[in-house]
Ligand binder design. Structure first.
Ligand code: GUN
Length: 284
């Protein structure tokens, strides 16, 4: 039977640390501020943005929401980003993705000041992560690493398999495991022998976006299984990319969905926003 790594518990610990540091900053007259941009009315994005605003309030940050209509033009969105880049009380800028189809996500990401890029999506921050000399880590992979560290799991020398190669999760996840001396394989839709590769993993990260994609036959006895997926089933319930019921008895550690990686993403966003506030006030 696996030990469950609770994202609720680990994220509460991270948020408590951020709150303590935020209180100390406030005593110096600095209050971290996060601007969240949402364009259109995607229901999932609305939930994520509400959760991010609530997390800001809980740790003591200022948050500003910019809810723009779906018809917003690229020029209008870029003008808002520029305004926020120049607003001193805003330390972090996050534009909730996906954007409506007519908008150019890459151009928006590139327009956010790298110093305020608390998602760590800007090419300059991505490059810094590749080199291993960075200020911000992308929130979801950083949250997964925090769970690994809190559980006391050693990465060095282990076979690590990441399923999924997105810029937001798969690629940076692989890089963070590599930084800790994991032997890393990235699998994707064109991977041959996926089952065999996954079944050789000591640490398996599922970031596919397909419900219950990882089944017990793809998991080695005693593996650590981290589930980044958040999928909504037809019955309205949330489920991960891992078939928890069949995989849990084989794993040594596993993260649940909900209550696993999801809450960690937001906790790490708070950590990045705090760091941005410190950097912009020359505190680090
Ligand atoms: N959409 C899904 N995940 C994320 C995220 O981590 N950041 C932003 N900005 N949008 C997202």
């Amino acid at each position: 039977m696996a030990q469950i790594i609770s994202g609720k518990e680990v994220s509460a610990k991270v948020r408590a640390e951020v709150k303590e540091e935020c209180d100390a900053l406030k005593a110096k007259g600095i209050c971290p501020g996060l601007a969240v941009i949402i364009v259109g009315d995607d229901p999932a994005s609305r939930v994520y943005v509400n959760n991010k605003k609530k997390a800001c309030a809980d740790v003591g940050f200022i948050s500003e929401e910019y809810a723009l209509p779906a018809e917003t033009t690229q020029e209008e969105l870029l003008a808002l980003v520029e305004e926020l880049n120049n607003k001193p009380e805003i330390n972090g800028i996050l534009c909730q993705l996906p954007l409506p189809k007519h908008l150019d996500e890459t151009a928006v990401i590139n327009a956010i000041s790298p110093m305020k890029d608390v998602d760590a999506f800007h090419p300059s921050n991505v490059g810094k992560i590749m080199i291993g000399d960075y200020h911000f880590l992308p929130c979801t992979p950083a949250g997964v690493m925090e769970m690994i560290h809190t559980a006391g799991i050693e990465v060095s020398g282990k076979n690590c398999v990441v399923i999924g190669r997105s810029n937001i999760v798969g690629k940076p996840m692989a890089m963070l495991l590599l930084h800790e001396n994991g032997t890393v394989t990235i699998c994707h839709s064109k991977t041959r022998d996926l089952k065999e590769i996954c079944a050789a993993a000591d640490i398996l990260v599922a970031a596919v976006g397909r419900p219950k994609f990882v089944t017990a036959d793809m998991v080695k006895e005693g593996a650590v299984v981290l589930d980044v997926g958040i999928n909504r089933l037809d019955n309205g319930k949330l489920c991960g990319d891992v078939d928890f019921e069949s995989v849990e008895p084989k794993a040594s550690y596993i993260t649940p969905v909900p209550g696993g990686v999801g809450p960690m993403t937001i906790a790490m966003l708070m950590k990045n926003t705090l760091k941005a506030a410190k950097l912009q006030n020359n505190i680090i």
